[in-house]
Design a protein. Structure first.
Length: 72
C-alpha cells in the first residue's frame, strides 16, 4: 500500500512540475514578445519576481521527486 501511495505522490508532483514548466514557457514567450516601450518596465519584474522563482521551484520539485523515487 505505501508504494502505491508514493507512486501517486510522484505522479502528482510530476503534474505540478509540468504545470510550472508550462507557466515558465508562457512567461518566457510573454517577456520575449513585449514591445521595447513596455519591455524595460515589465521585463525585469516579470523575470525576477515571477519567472526566476518558478524556475527555482521546478528545480526543487525535480530534486524532491528524485529523492522520493530513490526511496521507493
Amino acid at each position: 500500500m505505501p508504494i502505491i501511495l508514493m507512486e501517486e505522490v510522484l505522479m502528482g508532483l510530476d503534474e505540478v512540475r509540468s504545470s510550472l514548466a508550462h507557466a515558465v514557457f508562457a512567461l518566457e514567450d510573454l517577456i520575449g514578445d513585449l514591445s521595447p516601450e513596455l519591455g524595460h518596465a515589465l521585463q525585469m519584474p516579470l523575470q525576477t519576481r515571477i519567472l526566476t522563482p518558478l524556475q527555482d521551484r521546478i528545480k526543487m520539485l525535480e530534486n524532491l521527486t528524485d529523492e522520493l523515487a530513490t526511496a521507493v
